[in-house]
Ligand binder design. Structure first.
Ligand SMILES: *Cc1c(COP(=O)(O)O)cnc(C)c1O
Length: 236
């Protein structure tokens, strides 16, 4: 596996998918999903042109930050966040993608207030309505968005989704399209001087081109860059 070739290939496919959809390639941000990767691999990815890493486990985020592994890149938190771990994340990443409850939103707002800063967030939507997944239901989204707008220490930047694992290519386009419509509605109704909604985070290795076709502004790509991950729980 050649990481720098993979980075170039994914960047080229993003640009092609953007052009095919009549969009400019710069409208789409590539976020490298770095879970289970080592400090060395993260540094190599940054050397190969990655400018944004997404972490989904607090412990890994902290360890990589202590090792200064993200030097030269920005970091987002993209995984499920427990309220009791908010302190380890707020102020340490430029965007939290996975806010999906009132409790979590309030915890982030209070921690940001303690730090006298404003934390950028996305609201995660469970667009496939899967019981096993995080994310708020589409029906509950407007109320959570209103609460986010009323929270002075968070800035709502947009929405994130992880649709069901697609069995057939193209199967997730309908979910991406639904997300785009939710995003446009929220953007129209709720953007103000403080809350600039410019981020729609959706699409992973198997389907990021479809997500771009449907309006994604940020794609989170792991295995297409780093190769397959060991199954969860496998000792490394
Ligand atoms: C792991 C992960 C990704 C990337 O998944 P791949 O299929 O490896 O591209 C994207 N988003 C989140 C939230 C993840 O945890």
């Amino acid at each position: 596996m050649d990481l720098s070739q993979n980075v170039s290939a994914v960047q080229a496919r993003i640009a092609a998918a953007a052009s095919a959809a009549g969009r400019r390639p710069e409208e789409i941000t590539l976020c490298a999903a770095t879970k289970v990767q080592t400090d060395e691999t993260i540094r190599a990815a940054i050397a190969a042109g990655i400018r944004l890493c997404g972490e989904n486990r607090v412990q890994e985020l902290t360890a990589h930050q202590e090792a200064n592994a993200y030097a030269g890149a920005d970091v987002h938190f993209i995984g499920h966040l427990q309220t009791n771990k908010v302190r380890q994340v707020v102020g340490r990443v430029s965007l939290i993608h996975s806010v999906d409850s009132e409790r979590l939103l309030r915890a982030i707002d209070s921690q940001a207030e303690r730090l006298e800063m404003v934390q950028d967030i996305l609201l995660e939507v469970n667009i496939g309505r899967e019981a096993s997944k995080g994310g708020i239901s589409p029906e509950a989204l407007p109320a959570l968005a209103v609460l986010a707008l009323q929270s002075p220490h968070v800035r709502l930047r947009g929405l994130m989704a992880i649709p069901p694992a697609a069995v057939l290519p193209g199967a997730n386009r309908k979910y991406f399209s639904e997300m785009y419509h939710l995003f446009v509605d929220i953007m129209k109704e709720m953007s103000d001087n403080h809350n600039v909604m410019d981020c729609l985070s959706m699409g992973m290795s198997a389907d990021y081109e479809d997500a771009i076709a449907e309006g994604a502004t940020l794609v989170r790509v792991g295995s297409a860059l780093f190769g397959p991950r060991p199954p969860m729980g496998t000792p490394r």
